[in-house]
Design a protein around this ligand. Structure first.
Ligand code: DC
Length: 229
C-alpha cells in the first residue's frame, strides 16, 4: 500500500504539515521525520522569529511602525542561518507572535515558504513544514497533517529543561516556570485568536496530545500513521 502510494506521488513532493502550540514537540518531530525519510524540513516559526530578532536588533519594535519595518525586513529575508541560538529567546518569540498577526507580513513570509518549496522540489522527494498555519494555509493538500498539543504546564517544563539552567534555589525554578507558563498562555492566545490564519487544527489533521508521551513515542505513532501500519 505504501509503495503504491509512493509510486503515485513519485513526481510530486510528498507533503507533511505539522502544526501545534509552542513546545508541544512539533519541531523535534519534524526534524526526526525529515531525517528518517530524507525530506527537506522548514521550521516556519524561525522566519517570524528572524524578523522579530532583526526588529529588536535595529530597535524598531515600537507598535506604531512595527508592521512597516517587519515587512521591509521580511522582503529581504534569506532563509539561511536561521538556526541561531539568539532566535530562541522568549522575547523574540513574543514579538514574533505579535508581528505574525499582520496579514501583510504573513503574505510576504508565505511567499518565502512557497519559494523554498519550489527551490527544493527537484532535490527532495518530500517536504516537512512545521508552524501554525501549515495544514490550513500553506499546504492545504498535504498528504499528511498533524496537530500537536500538550498541557501548558508540561510544555513550559520542557522549555525550561531545554534552557539547561541550574537553579540555586527551588523557588527560583518555580518562579521561572510560572513566568514561562504565563508567556506561553499569552502567546497561544494571540496565535489562536488572530484573524488571519489562526492556530487551529485542519479538519483532516491527526490531533495528538503529547502531555503523557515521550518524543520517541510521538515519533513512533506518527511514522505508523504515515506508513499505514
Ligand atoms: O514555532 P515558534 O514558536 O518558533 O513560532 C514563533 C511565533 O511565530 C508563533 O508564536 C507564531 C508565529 N508563527 C506563525 O504565526 N505562523 C507560523 N507558521 C509559524 C510561526
Amino acid at each position: 500500500f505504501i509503495l503504491l502510494k509512493l509510486l503515485i506521488v513519485r513526481f510530486q513532493m510528498i507533503e507533511i504539515a505539522i502544526d501545534g502550540t509552542a513546545a508541544s514537540g512539533k519541531g523535534t518531530l519534524a526534524k526526526k521525520l525529515a531525517d528518517k525519510y530524507g525530506f527537506v524540513h522548514l521550521d516556519t516559526g524561525l522566519l517570524y522569529r528572524k524578523v522579530a530578532n532583526e526588529l529588536l536588533i535595529q530597535n524598531k519594535s515600537d507598535p506604531k511602525n512595527v508592521e512597516t519595518f517587519s515587512c521591509k525586513i521580511a522582503r529581504n529575508l534569506e532563509l539561511v542561518n536561521l538556526n541561531k541560538e539568539e532566535l530562541r529567546s522568549e522575547e523574540t518569540a513574543s514579538l514574533a507572535s505579535l508581528i505574525a498577526t499582520s496579514p501583510k507580513l504573513r503574505d510576504i513570509l508565505n511567499f518565502k515558504q512557497k519559494e523554498f518549496l519550489l527551490k527544493n522540489k527537484k532535490k527532495f522527494s518530500g517536504c516537512i513544514l512545521d508552524g501554525r498555519d501549515i495544514g490550513t494555509k500553506i499546504l492545504p493538500n498535504a498528504n499528511f497533517k498533524f496537530f500537536i498539543d500538550a498541557s501548558v504546564e508540561i510544555r513550559a517544563k520542557r522549555r525550561l529543561l531545554e534552557k539547561n539552567i541550574s537553579f540555586l534555589h527551588e523557588n527560583d525554578e518555580k518562579c521561572m516556570l510560572q513566568a514561562l507558563i504565563k508567556k506561553m498562555i499569552d502567546r497561544d492566545r494571540l496565535d489562536s485568536n488572530r484573524t488571519t490564519a489562526p492556530l487551529s487544527p485542519a479538519n483532516d489533521a491527526y490531533v495528538i496530545d503529547t502531555s503523557l508521551i515521550s518524543a520517541e513515542q510521538l515519533f513512533e505513532k506518527v511514522t505508523k500513521i504515515i506508513e499505514g501500519k
